[in-house]
Design a protein around this ligand. Sequence first.
Ligand SMILES: [Zn+2]
Length: 343
Amino acid sequence: MTMTTDAFIQALPKVELHVHLVGSASVPTVLELSRRHPGSGVPTTEEELRRFYTFRDFPHFAQVYRAVNGLVRDPEDVATLVLGLARDLAPQGARYVELQVTPYAHKIVGMPMREVTEALDLAARRSLEEHGVEMAYIFDIPGEYGEEAAKATLDHALQEPPAALVGFGIGGIEQERTKYRDIYRSAFSAARAAGLHSVPHGGEMTGPETIWEVIEGYGAERIGHGINCLSDPRLVAHLRETQLPLDVCPTSNVCTGQITRIEDHPLPRMLEEGLYVTLNSDDPPMFATTLADEYRVAAEAFGFGKEELALLARNGVRAAYLSEERKRELETEIDALVTGAGV
Ligand SMILES: [Zn+2]
């Protein structure tokens, strides 16, 4: 009996390597927060919240993001977001997540580092116990804020890291980064010296020059997006040779206006060029997607079959900051599914 593509996607063991704490908040999670903080202006009924959450355009997304961010006031709210993500991901076959947390956003609303860390530690334990989803963290600098944000992110990562902190990153508006070049280079160098992996966003909103900068200036070991690499043949050759993983989030790129139509997304070409691509969701509920939906997009918009979908899942597992043993277990599960599905 052959398995439908949908059933295959559902059963495929997945890792999520690129998703943001606030952007991961789904309607049930935001309802918990909006009821905890009444009077915030965020709807407290499910129907109204669903309407508010419906993706319309980028400015509306930014408004939703700010509103949800405004609900994250205490470490307890941070824990609610992490657990909500684990609850949403478990039924999609997700086993492991590297969640991007922005410590600077918590610091500026007065949350002490230690309490944020305790909330992240507790939420990681509960995510595994209650939902079977292993949670790891990446701390990212919001790139438009410069020195103060870089320092806050680094201080938290070095002084009070959660037990599952694996990486150091940078997000936000790429165009704003160049003026803080040296500040960000030295922050990444300090984070790497402390044993953290370098996982910056790059080449999402700007071109190859940003990808070169994260490789040469930040020592990137994996890159968030990297979709604008194809116009630079020397860069494509370098990425192919080094097999530097690019964590691609197709629906996000359409929603933020980087790509006009999903059918024009460069992901299939990136694979054809021999680049290392993983598949991820970025800010899933705010872009009306899920991790499993991104695999459906790959099947429907890019015409990928089970073989290619399994390759994307395997790429995610191999690029994850998991133990070799755990990677092998997940790869074995993927192989068994592929064999059983008669691919
Ligand atoms: Zn991102």
